[in-house]
Design a protein around this ligand. Structure first.
Ligand code: ZN
Length: 200
């Protein structure tokens, strides 16, 4: 029998994955394998693709410690802030991500919430969705998962929302990053919406 290990990010305990690959984030390879399972389900069912960005950002925010790249942590948190606090669509979140560029000293470094006993994980989403072939189950669980992860950040990391907003302001208002948007209609509308939010 394979031994079981706890994921350092979300805390789920799973049999060790039969892979020698190292995890890409602050996660166990077995946990990342469950992520790949639900991402695959989203890609097979175009109606669920709109959850894809939320899945990626929620997973990034829940596996943000250790050697997880700062760019991934900050873009995940920006994605959750935009989607959950401001109602940005997956496509609009992607447009913002594409224009964030590389981390600068103005980007925050975070001490993420420790794994909790009672938060949803990628395993809950897999069990409610792909493992039952349930689109509705996937949709519900993915949304609740995103909420529990973002709420853990809000509860445990002081001013995470203000710090994300300040980072986006430094990227999009203070560096001239918003120039040259003409001709990129889809992403330009998302950026204009973001600028309106940051200037308010
Ligand atoms: Zn995990």
């Amino acid at each position: 029998m394979r031994s079981r290990t706890a994921c350092p990010g979300c805390g789920i305990v799973l049999p060790e994955a039969a892979t020698s690959e190292r995890a890409r984030l602050h996660a166990s390879p077995a946990c990342e394998a469950v992520l790949d399972e639900i991402l695959g389900y989203e890609f097979q069912h175009p109606v669920m693709l709109r959850y894809n960005q939320l899945t990626i950002d929620t997973y990034g925010a829940q596996h943000a410690g250790g050697s997880a790249p700062q760019v991934r942590v900050c873009s995940s948190l920006a994605g959750l802030w935009l989607a959950l606090e401001h109602g940005f669509s997956a496509e609009d979140v992607r447009a913002v991500h594409r224009r964030m560029g590389d981390p600068t000293p103005a980007w925050p470094l975070f001490d993420p919430p420790a794994p909790r006993q009672r938060w949803l994980t990628v395993l809950d989403v897999a069990e409610a969705g792909v493992r039952q072939h349930s689109d509705g189950g996937h949709a519900r669980a993915a949304g609740q998962w995103a909420e529990t992860v973002w709420n853990a950040w809000l509860a445990e990391v002081p001013e995470v929302d203000d710090r994300i907003e300040a980072m986006l302001r430094s990227i999009f208002l203070e560096t001239g990053h918003n120039e040259g948007l003409h001709g990129t209609i889809g992403s330009a509308s998302a950026i204009h919406r973001l600028l309106g939010l940051l200037e308010a």
